[in-house]
Design a protein around this ligand. Structure first.
Ligand code: ZN
Length: 237
């Protein structure tokens, strides 16, 4: 099996994992850089993530254009512009998962409060659409200009929030981007619960760095079980 063929299967399975973990539902998407050409990325056609099969994957250039005639996601520019700006990134997850939203619309920053989410550090940046599209937009990243603006706000981080919309998690592999998006959502739930209790402890910057480094070597264990859970239920293979 070629690298591209394996990548299509991996990406289809990643879609199903993210649905199973409550990160994606009917909306949101996951992409990966083409392992055979770093100037391209792979992203499903416009389809609910749970339904994505390997043959539904479209190959895009980094300007988010393609020869493929099938309809793509409106927000594919999120992916193309992040790959263009971040050579270290090989996978991107865009989600509307609800627990992170309060941190995008309040003064309380989403930050690592749990060792599983040390990669969040002490503050997660928030992309404010009004700074780029005025106060009457549909909040959708529907062109390259907005995608590039989002990529700038993400900067060198692992995660960026989008005010009143959702979030983006990136990784150096599909497994890492999926893992980070799952634990971003879970850290948000933990932080919200702790906030309801009153004051709470947060990871220091150094604890965030140390736990992120430690966990980076432990992603494979989670990925293997998560993938087996969705593929044994009659998924893409
Ligand atoms: Zn979106």
């Amino acid at each position: 099996m070629s690298d591209l063929s394996e990548a299509r299967t991996l990406l289809a399975d990643a879609n199903k994992v993210l649905v199973a973990k409550g990160v994606l539902d009917a909306y949101g998407h996951v992409s990966m850089r083409n392992p055979e050409n770093p100037q391209e990325y792979l992203l499903a056609r416009n389809l609910a993530p749970a339904l994505v099969r390997p043959e539904d994957i479209i190959i895009y250039r980094l300007d988010s254009d393609t020869q493929d005639p099938r309809t793509g996601y409106l927000e594919r520019f999120i992916h193309g512009e992040i790959y263009a700006g971040r050579p270290d990134v090989h996978a991107v997850v865009h989600s509307h998962s609800a627990s992170v939203i309060p941190f995008s619309i309040s003064e309380v920053p989403l930050r690592a409060v749990w060792h599983m989410a040390g990669f969040l550090g002490t503050k997660t940046a928030v992309f404010e659409m009004r700074n780029f599209a005025g106060d009457a937009s549909d909040l959708i990243i529907s062109d390259r200009k907005l995608g590039e603006a989002l990529s700038h706000v993400l900067s060198a981080s692992a995660v960026v929030l989008m005010r009143g919309h959702g979030s983006v998690a990136v990784g150096e592999s599909v497994e890492q981007a999926v893992w980070r998006s799952v634990f971003t959502e879970l850290n948000a739930r933990v932080q919200l619960a702790a906030h309801g209790l009153g004051s709470y402890m947060e990871l220091t910057e150094a604890e965030g760095v140390a736990t992120a480094e430690m966990n980076a070597g432990q992603i494979r264990r989670a990925w293997e079980i998560w993938r087996s859970e969705v593929t044994s239920l009659g998924a893409s293979r």
